[in-house]
Design a protein around this ligand. Structure first.
Ligand SMILES: *[C@@H]1O[C@H](CO)[C@@H](O)[C@H](O)[C@H]1NC(C)=O
Ligand SMILES: *[C@@H]1O[C@H](CO)[C@@H](O)[C@H](O)[C@H]1NC(C)=O
Length: 188
């Protein structure tokens, strides 16, 4: 559970701040076109999705911590090279999201109350990102995508699935941070 307090906290801080602002001002897509970059999928900025991601991933982190006390600090989703173009980092994680949708999330049997709603929303994000030009196949051989799949394949299947869902928060915060319209300070 160590990564909860340190690593993940640092990842989620910008996202959490955005959500706090959303809660403060109320949810209004139009109003949010300006102060933060426009997301390539509106679902990425929906507080409900963020909350579902957090709750479901924490639920699986707890299962994992019980099963496997030694191995909670290793992560399977590699850190990004922040020098890469934002859209590339976004589409790389759209590829990883696609892997979750086809290989991981259907093993969950909706065992957490919000899993079904979350799956629907993640499908929506995937469709939106592909509509914005993310070619998921193009990133199949990207080093990070390969490293991610290799780590999972080395784990026992059920543990790998638990581990991966526990990292949905990491995946989601990358999508939130990088799947945005190119910054344009003069745009209205
Ligand atoms: C997506 O990428 C793959 C692999 O690079 C390529 O073969 C395919 O033509 C691309 N699809 C589109 C629609 O660009
Ligand atoms: C960015 O700003 C330029 C100049 O104001 C404008 O022509 C362009 O359409 C804007 N691009 C986007 C993506 O808003």
């Amino acid at each position: 559970m160590k990564r909860n307090t340190a690593t993940v906290a640092s990842f989620l801080r910008p996202a959490a701040a955005a959500v706090l602002l959303l809660l403060f001002f109320g949810w209004d897509e139009q109003a949010w076109a300006h102060p933060v970059d426009r997301p390539l999928s509106p679902v990425l900025r929906h507080p409900q999705t963020y909350q579902d991601v957090r709750q479901v991933s924490e639920h699986y982190q707890r299962i994992q911590a019980k099963d496997d006390e030694d191995d909670t600090s290793m992560r399977t989703i590699p850190r990004v090279d922040t020098n890469d173009h934002h859209l590339e980092i976004c589409c790389l994680h759209a590829n990883i999201l696609d892997y979750y949708l086809t290989n991981i999330l259907h093993h969950t049997n909706n065992d957490h109350a919000h899993v079904h709603r979350l799956k629907t929303n993640l499908h929506r994000i995937s469709t939106d990102l592909q509509a914005h030009g993310c070619n998921v196949t193009q990133y199949h051989d990207h080093k990070n995508a390969v490293d991610f799949r290799t780590k999972l394949e080395k784990m026992e299947k059920k543990k790998g699935i638990t581990k991966a869902i526990g990292e949905l928060d990491i995946l989601f915060s990358y999508l939130q941070d990088y799947c945005v319209e190119p910054r344009n300070s003069t745009a209205a």
